[in-house]
Design a protein around this ligand. Structure first.
Ligand SMILES: Cc1cc2nc3c(=O)[nH]c(=O)nc-3n(C[C@H](O)[C@H](O)[C@H](O)COP(=O)(O)O)c2cc1C
Length: 405
């Protein structure tokens, strides 16, 4: 997660957390009034993990964003901020807002015919404020909030909820985007009927209700809410698979290869002074059962390549979940990789890391240089394994572990 700054109306600096890769379809998360972007943390992570680029924004006068010196907390300023943020993004996002955040999104997106977003998710339709005045609404809204999270000038400036409400109906009718309206079954902000009524105003609206959730449905039932948002995104803004074609950069190919989950090994041999050497390798594969052959691919730039070329044998140690630090150490430069591990030797004298998930002792059978790597084929002469531990996995550039459902 990184921080990213945007410039809003009147030069107000708006702070956001960004999650995921900018190459992915974008989602902008807006918290409610008196909340900060931190409320979206777990949803943002879930969306990024599902392949979305997430911008989680603090509204003006909230969290890390500037408080406007002129105390401009008008609806137009909030809407203008969102439009300004969308203009500073590289792609058109789906806007997801909790309560007030969603109403800002609705007002901004329904007020323009410019294609500045690709979808909208909001929680609760705007409440029917008739019986209340601005002061009492401000009191209710700030009840659950921590006063450090927002500028106390927010309500002093006379934030106008009634004006907001008047803007939303016409905006809803004018909204030309797929829209998802989510309500917690126990919400006091809106009734089920009012939600359905409001949804009917929006040309492309879907409604979902979540059980066991109240006014803050996005956070009361965060996992269910994220799942609904993801389903909406997949239906309306499907994630375009990235593509590698001849001539594309090597990074894209590496990312494509990263979709293939592997275990992790440390392969070992001896250097010309007969000292142990080894490196982390996930390009380990079974080649043949009869004779028993395996392969590893070492980059031609790898420092220990000459030793693997020169030696007659090598060892392969498959790591378990408790050996993640071993994997890190054997991929790091400038450290004594064998300093903190127990190792021994078998018949071929190559280092065997004690307590590994499995260890293979191999006699080198062939070396084939292909492109920027050299494939080493080894005949397994001895293997020892511990079937009761879980393997350390590698997927999409990250360590993973098995998850049993
Ligand atoms: C999970 C993981 C898998 C790796 N797989 C390989 C591999 O298959 N082949 C390779 O040459 N390097 C691989 N590396 C990189 C080497 O471990 C790393 O470049 C190491 O520093 C090389 O050591 P050396 O140059 O000191 O011999 C991998 C690294 C990690 C973290």
């Amino acid at each position: 997660m990184n921080m990213r700054e945007f410039i809003g109306v009147g030069g107000v600096a708006l702070t956001a957390d960004e999650y995921g890769s900018e190459e992915h379809p974008c989602v902008v998360l807006l918290p409610g009034l008196t909340q900060t972007r931190k409320v979206w943390e777990s949803a943002a992570k879930a969306l990024a993990q599902a392949g979305r680029y997430v911008i989680s924004l603090d509204l003006r006068g909230h969290g890390g964003s500037d408080s406007p010196k002129d105390c401009n907390y008008s609806l137009d300023a909030f809407m203008g901020d969102l439009v300004a943020v969308l203009a500073q993004l590289e792609s058109r996002p789906v806007v997801v807002g909790s309560n007030f955040g969603g109403w800002i999104g609705l007002a901004a997106l329904g007020n323009t015919s410019a294609p500045i977003a690709t979808g909208l998710v909001l929680t609760n339709p705007p409440p029917e404020f008739q019986s209340l005045n601005n002061k009492s609404i401000a009191k209710t809204v700030s009840e659950r909030a921590s006063s450090e999270d927002f500028d106390q000038g927010l309500f002093a400036g006379g934030f106008d909820f009634i004006k907001l409400q008047n803007k939303l109906e016409p905006a809803a009718k004018n909204l030309k985007l797929p829209t998802l309206l989510v309500r917690g079954i126990d919400s006091q902000i809106s009734s089920s009927d009012a939600t359905q009524r409001f949804a009917k105003l929006i040309p492309q609206a879907e409604v979902s209700e979540i059980e066991g959730a109240g006014n803050y449905v996005a956070f009361d039932k965060g996992d269910e809410f994220s799942a609904l948002v993801l389903e909406f995104l997949e239906n309306h803004v499907p994630h375009q698979p990235l593509q590698y074609v001849s001539g594309s950069d090597a990074r894209t190919l590496r990312d494509a290869m990263g979709c293939f989950v592997t275990g992790i090994t440390v392969v070992t041999t001896l250097d010309d002074t007969k000292k142990p050497i080894g490196l982390t390798v996930n390009s380990f594969s079974s080649v043949s059962l009869d004779p028993p052959l395996v392969s590893i691919c070492l980059g031609n730039h790898v420092g220990s390549l000459d030793a693997f070329r020169a030696e007659k044998s090598f060892g392969i140690n498959v790591l378990h979940t408790g050996q993640q630090s071993t994997s890190n150490v054997f991929a790091s430069k400038g450290v004594d990789r064998f300093a903190d591990i127990d190792w021994s030797t078998w018949e071929q004298n190559v280092p065997i890391i004690e307590g590994s998930l499995a260890s293979f002792e191999c006699i080198k059978k062939d070396m084939i240089i292909q492109g920027d790597h050299t494939i080493f084929i080894g005949e397994v002469v001895r293997a020892k394994f511990e079937p009761h531990r879980d393997p350390l996995l590698y997927f999409s550039g990250k360590y993973r572990r098995l998850h049993f459902g």
